[in-house]
Write a protein that binds this ligand. Sequence first.
Ligand SMILES: NC(=O)c1ccc[n+]([C@@H]2O[C@H](COP(=O)([O-])OP(=O)(O)OC[C@H]3O[C@@H](n4cnc5c(N)ncnc54)[C@H](OP(=O)(O)O)[C@@H]3O)[C@@H](O)[C@H]2O)c1
Length: 317
Amino acid sequence: MRVLVTGATGFVGSHVARLLVRHGHEVHALVREGEAEDRLAEERLGVEGEKVARIRGDLLEPASWSAAIDAGGFDACVHLGWYANPKDYLSARVNVDLLNASAALGARLVDAGCRRIVMAGTCFEYDVSFGFLSESTPAGPRHLYSACKRSLFEIMSHLVSSTPTSFAWTRLFFLYGPHESRGRLVPAVVDALLAGEQARVTTGEQFRDFMHVADAAAAIVHVLEHDELVGPVNIASGRPVRVREVVETIAGILDAKDRVAWGAVQARPNDPGFVCADVSKLAASGFRAQHDLESGLRDTIAWSKAQRASALRATQE
Ligand SMILES: NC(=O)c1ccc[n+]([C@@H]2O[C@H](COP(=O)([O-])OP(=O)(O)OC[C@H]3O[C@@H](n4cnc5c(N)ncnc54)[C@H](OP(=O)(O)O)[C@@H]3O)[C@@H](O)[C@H]2O)c1
């Protein structure tokens, strides 16, 4: 397929774009001007980067991409581009702009005859008080971010009805792995312990559903390639683990259990105790993840070590 990918320079999108190339698809990435393009080619996409065509544009400026979509003849689109800075993404006003831009992108693709559209939502669209969250769990977004994602899902579902375009909405839960943003749990703990410092964490009582980003990317590509999967699809492991277990596993692998400062960080007020997925829909379609928590964290730690080694080499040259 000729596939348009947004967010291909990102944590999830770079894994998705690489996999699409490996699966023999023709990948066209919408990328903003600037250093992201270099990252796309070199750091994140590796050898597959050379096979990714670039469309220069900004989601927030439809004039920069509309003509490319009209003329592009895309069979499919994976739309992952969004603002995801851990510092403020839950409340940032740009969520509203991205909702508008994404709906405009979806409408344009439908009008242009794109047959398959896959977009990314979040577990926080759900009312998380319901226990295991299935695709039919009632909505209950608590933040501007998740409200905008939920709205985009609703808009897209209406837009594609009575058209030949099939649409799937992948709801991602908690991902970790190479290239995750530094401020998040797994890289923060791994970086601190690799640097010989203390890892300052909460007591880690919350249950979460963690998945290695490579598995999440494989699941998104799997959804793209299975037209029968329409509507919302949870992308997660289906296995609840305490945050404490994640930290303990990392510390165990690095032989640094004595350097975890439990309770040094306060849990966020109103942080839900249990956010885990029912993954029956994804599993019934034949998808199987490659990593369990231990192997996924080992892979992530190995990547972080390699990054540190190459950064050290760069300073010595
Ligand atoms: N990571 C998770 O655990 C998680 C969980 C739930 C849902 N999601 C969803 O998954 C998707 C990908 O998230 P991520 O973690 O990979 O985020 P990320 O690493 O921050 O990547 C975001 C991507 O979106 C692009 N982007 C942002 N604003 C743009 C704009 N105005 N125009 C064009 N491109 C723009 C970025 O491009 P630049 O490189 O130019 O900045 C980057 O490629 C998002 O939709 C997010 O909501 C992620």
